[in-house]
Design a binder for this molecule. Structure first.
Ligand code: SF4
Ligand code: SF4
Length: 352
C-alpha cells in the first residue's frame, strides 16, 4: 500500500469523534463498523497480524462514502480514499468483474426497472417555456442515477446533451481506481469544450469538482442548476409547506443557496427539519449491498420528516430521492417527495 496512506492511518488518534457522525455506526454500534476500528483492521493487514478475509472485506465495504468523518476528524483522515486504495490492493478477479463497467451498466438497468415498478413518476403537464439561446456553450452533466430514475432536466436555456461518462464515484468507492481515472480523464476533456457545465445531482457535482487535475479555470465552469433560480422572483400558486433533505455530498455553499431560494418563494413555507443533513442511507448502491443498514437509516429519516409534517420533501440527489420515497411509503405517510429540479419547474412560477 502507498506509504503516504500508511502514514495517514497511523495518524488516527482513536479519539472517537468519527463515531459521533458516522451513519453506519449509528445503526451497527460495533467497533469494527466505525472508522477507528476499520483503521485498526487495516493496520493489522499492513503489519501482517491479520489476513484479508471476508469479515474485513465486509467491514471495509460498510461505508456510505458520506465523508462526514472527514469533517469531524482532527487528523483530517480521508476514509473514502483509504478504503478505496485498500480495496483495490486486495481485489480479486471476481470483484474486478463485479465492480467493472459492464456489471455497472447492468446494475443501472436493473435500478431503472425496479424504480419504475416501485415508484412510477407522476404524469406532469408539459410546461411550455421559451428557451433562451445563451451566448455561452452550455452542456448538461447527466449522471447515471439521474438516468436510471428518469428525472427530467429543466433550465430555460438551450444546452447540449453531451455524453459525459459516469462521474466515477461508484468505481472509486469500490476500489476500481483504474476506471475512476479513465472516466475522470474523459470528463475533463469534455468539460474543456464548454463554457459552462450544469449539474443536477449533488453527488456528481461534488465528485467532478474534486477531480485533482481540474484547474481553477475549469472548476469555474461547473455550475449547479440552482444558480439559474437564485435571483428570480418565484411564486407557488398555492400555500405549501416544504422540507429539504441535504444529501451528504451537497456542499454548504450550494445548500445555503438552495435554502435562500426556498425561503424566498411566495406561498412556500420552508422549514429545516431535525436531522436535515443526516445520511438517508442509500449511498449509491450501498442499499443493495447492505439493505438492513440502509433501510434503518431511511426509516430514521422518515421519522424526522413525519415530525415536521411538510406537504412536500425535496432533495437534490436521485438515490436520496429513492430513499425518501422508500421511507415515506414504509411509514405510510401522506407526503410527496420530489427532486428539487422537478419541483421548481412544475410547481413554481417565475414572476419576472
Ligand atoms: S476522528 Fe479521526 S483520529 Fe479520531 S478516531 Fe476517528 S479516524 Fe481516528
Ligand atoms: S464516509 Fe461516512 S459511512 Fe464511511 S466511515 Fe466516514 S462517516 Fe462512516
Amino acid at each position: 500500500m502507498d506509504n503516504e496512506l500508511k502514514k495517514e492511518i497511523i495518524n488516527c488518534s482513536r479519539c472517537a469523534l468519527c463515531m459521533e457522525v458516522c451513519p453506519v455506526y449509528k445503526v451497527k454500534k460495533t467497533e469494527t463498523s466505525v472508522l477507528r476500528g476499520k483503521f485498526l483492521q487495516i493496520l493489522g493487514l499492513i503489519r501482517g497480524d491479520l489476513k484479508f478475509d471476508k469479515n474485513i472485506k465486509y467491514n471495509l465495504d460498510l461505508c456510505l462514502g458520506c465523508k462526514k468523518c472527514k469533517t469531524a476528524c482532527p487528523s483530517d483522515l480521508d476514509a473514502v480514499k483509504i478504503f478505496s486504495y485498500v480495496k483495490s490492493e486486495y481485489m480479486n478477479l471476481f470483484d474486478k468483474l463485479f465492480y467493472g463497467s459492464f456489471a455497472f451498466k447492468l446494475k443501472i438497468l436493473s435500478l431503472k426497472i425496479l424504480y419504475k415498478i416501485k415508484y412510477p413518476l407522476g404524469k406532469y403537464k408539459n410546461k411550455k417555456e421559451n428557451k433562451i439561446k445563451p451566448k455561452e456553450k452550455i452542456a448538461h452533466f447527466r449522471g447515471c442515477a439521474t438516468k436510471a430514475i428518469g428525472t427530467k432536466f429543466f433550465i430555460p436555456y438551450e444546452f447540449k446533451k453531451e455524453k459525459f461518462s459516469c462521474c466515477g464515484l461508484p468505481f472509486y468507492v469500490k476500489g476500481r481506481i483504474d476506471l475512476y481515472e479513465k472516466y475522470k480523464k474523459r470528463n475533463i476533456d469534455l468539460i474543456k469544450k464548454y463554457d459552462k457545465v450544469i449539474f443536477d445531482c449533488a453527488t456528481c457535482f461534488d465528485t467532478v469538482k474534486s477531480y485533482e487535475e481540474l484547474t481553477d479555470e475549469l472548476k469555474n465552469k461547473l455550475i449547479y442548476f440552482t444558480d439559474f433560480y437564485k435571483n428570480k422572483n418565484l411564486k407557488s400558486n398555492k400555500k405549501i409547506k416544504i422540507a429539504f433533505h441535504k444529501p451528504c455530498h451537497l456542499d454548504n455553499e450550494t445548500f445555503n443557496e438552495i435554502e435562500q431560494i426556498l425561503n424566498n418563494i411566495e406561498n412556500v413555507q420552508y422549514e429545516r427539519m431535525k436531522g436535515f443533513d443526516e445520511c438517508c442511507g442509500f449511498g449509491g448502491d450501498f442499499f443493495i449491498r447492505h439493505p438492513k443498514t440502509a433501510s434503518n437509516l431511511s426509516l430514521n429519516k422518515a421519522d424526522n420528516i413525519k415530525k415536521l409534517n411538510p406537504d412536500i420533501i425535496l432533495t437534490t440527489c436521485p438515490t436520496c430521492l429513492w430513499s425518501l420515497k422508500f421511507g415515506i411509503k414504509a411509514k405510510k405517510m401522506n407526503i410527496k417527495a420530489y427532486d428539487l429540479m422537478e419541483f421548481l419547474h412544475y410547481f413554481i412560477l417565475i414572476k419576472d
